[in-house]
Design a binder for this molecule. Structure first.
Ligand code: SAH
Length: 284
């Protein structure tokens, strides 16, 4: 039996222009394309002549199993996922199915993992540069994760002043979580902190709201929305959200090093202590 191929493909936010050439190629080479109905629709024009298996939202396990089994039997299968398949997507589930089957790397199918632009990146690009410094992503879906674990992560992220990206913030039935998340974050962060609600980035229904932590719940937030909440350093500039990386701590805007600071060395926070260890060249 010929060795099959399973490509797990991230198709990006929803428009071909934001798909990588590798993702386009993986789809072009596949005989069978498996995916959730909405994602199949986004790439339908790339699928002529191919067998298609589309499934519903709650049929992830079946979708992963089908893709693995058909590839194991010698097919060339592309399992597609929006954004990056490795980020709240199908890739991890594929590995769980493979582990269950006792798959080995040298066995069929050959696995190809094709990265895509994940929602936090595509959404950030539509509202400026909110991820210019440390950020984290938290999914508010408690369908498979206990709420207590999610609440703990929200609290940790808020208290450590991360920019916070929220995936799966709400759906038709799931509306309490975003309210609880706002409440937790507000315990640590000013109500005027900039926030952005990005719905259907790079798709026809794209809709963007710039707001702040206090007012974010005044707007529609659904299953196609990603929420970005700034850190204490995030500022608004010309209706863009910007989280500075800290260049202003070390340099003037004409490139001079500020007194007490040294390029390539840890930021001096008191009266310029001599750094113990050189970090030069670490951070190009
Ligand atoms: N694998 C996907 C994430 C799947 S989880 C990725 O890497 O992007 C589904 C969540 O992702 C949605 O609830 C929403 O929060 C976010 N999302 C996915 N595509 C989006 C888009 N085009 N615009 C805004 N948010 C999106």
């Amino acid at each position: 039996m010929p060795k099959g191929i399973l490509s797990v493909v991230g198709i990006g936010p929803g428009h071909d222009r934001h798909m990588t050439p590798a993702a386009l190629e993986a789809i072009a080479q596949a005989d069978l394309v498996v995916g959730y109905g909405t994602y199949i629709r986004l790439v339908r024009h790339l699928l002529s002549g191919k067998e298609i298996i589309r499934t519903g939202m709650t049929e992830e396990i079946g979708r992963a199993r089908t893709a693995v089994e058909r590839a194991r039997a010698g097919g060339h299968v592309a399992l597609i996922s929006s954004g990056d398949a490795g980020v709240y997507g199908m890739a991890a589930l594929v590995f769980q199915v493979l582990r269950e089957l006792g798959w080995r790397r040298e066995a069929s199918p050959e696995l190809r993992l094709i990265p895509g632009i994940t929602a936090i990146s595509s959404c950030a690009s539509l509202v400026g540069a909110p991820l210019g410094h440390d950020f984290c992503c938290i999914s508010l879906s408690d369908l498979l994760t206990p709420w207590a674990a999610i609440a703990k992560r929200l609290e940790a992220a808020a208290s450590a002043d991360f920019v916070i990206g929220l995936y799966n913030p709400a759906s038709g039935r799931r509306t309490r979580q975003i309210v609880a998340a706002q409440e937790i974050i507000k315990q640590y962060r000013d109500g005027g902190t900039p926030a952005a609600l990005i719905k259907s980035a790079y798709r026809k229904q794209e809709h963007i709201v710039l707001t702040d932590l206090n007012h974010m719940l005044d707007y529609e937030i659904g299953m196609l929305t990603t929420v970005i909440i700034g850190s204490s350093h995030t500022f608004l500039f010309e209706n863009y959200l910007v989280t500075p990386r800290g260049y202003g701590n070390k340099y003037t805007w004409d490139g001079q090093v500020l007194p007490g600071q040294r390029p390539g060395r840890s930021l001096a926070t008191t009266a310029a202590p001599e750094p113990v260890e050189s970090l030069s060249g670490e951070d190009e």
